[in-house]
Design a protein around this ligand. Structure first.
Ligand code: C5P
Length: 233
């Protein structure tokens, strides 16, 4: 049985917890996501700790944003960890995205378009022409032309982004909540089934799995419901 197209966000307070969550969920999901907090606290070794012996894909969510030469150096530095995905900010521009893609040829560079924490007023204040959906579409096509093979967007934007960039780009969507799950600090959420049907390829899901009493069972449950959606149960 193929693991489900889910990246479990390992937003853990310590390495032991992150590694335990990874062990519990890897039989059921394709990917685990390591964010800035864990990476900055424990360094590159965190990748081997969460990958374990399972060979699960690692999504390194470092959201790089700097001049092209510096981002190239950073991407080269983490390429040896063999992450399946590495995030960069699309607002770093074409040359920066291209530099990352060339420096880590075996990793999919995933461009973050507009942070979902930014409202239209925030876009104006940082000088980014909105409204947000227009900025997302513009930055998506810029990123893909520059060599990004994946984009991070909200499930609400996935259909429009898909129409903009075509079928070959991997769309990664956070803000996913199974029916009945607490939304926590996510304002606009979609169920896993809705996210897939709007064109997402990989669903980032954190607390609905990691805060469950049994993260393995929670991951297995969401994976089974996705298989039913796709009619391959
Ligand atoms: O626990 P939850 O499912 O909300 O975790 C979602 C993960 O996706 C977190 O690691 C969060 O930082 C990340 N993320 C997000 N919204 C974005 C980009 C990343 O929630 N726009």
């Amino acid at each position: 049985m193929n693991p489900a197209p889910i990246a479990v966000a390992l937003d853990a307070p310590d390495l032991e917890t992150a590694a335990r969550w990874a062990t519990l969920v890897t039989p059921h999901v394709s990917t685990v996501k390591v964010g800035l907090e864990l990476y900055l606290r424990y360094g590159p070794d965190v990748v081997a700790s969460v990958r374990g012996a399972s060979g699960v894909q690692v999504f390194l969510d470092l959201k790089l944003h700097d001049i092209p030469a510096t981002v190239a150096g950073a991407a080269r530095a983490v390429a040896r960890l063999k992450p399946a995905y590495l995030t960069v900010h699309a607002t770093g521009g074409s040359a920066m995205i291209r530099a990352a893609a060339e420096a880590a040829p075996n990793t999919k560079i995933a461009a973050v378009t507009v942070l979902t924490s930014l409202a239209d007023g925030d876009l104006t204040s940082v000088g980014l022409a909105g409204p947000a959906p227009d900025a997302v579409r513009r930055l998506s096509s810029l990123a893909v032309e520059a060599g990004a093979q994946a984009l991070v967007c909200s499930p609400m934007e996935a259909a429009a982004v898909r129409a903009e960039v075509g079928p070959d780009v991997t769309l990664i969507t956070p803000g996913v909540r199974p029916t009945g799950a607490a939304t926590q600090d996510q304002a606009r959420v979609a169920t896993p089934e809705e996210a897939l049907s709007s064109g997402a390829d990989l669903l980032v899901i954190g607390r609905p799995i990691t805060a469950a009493p049994d993260p393995g069972a929670a991951a297995a449950g969401i994976a089974a419901s996705l298989r039913r959606t796709r009619g391959i149960a």
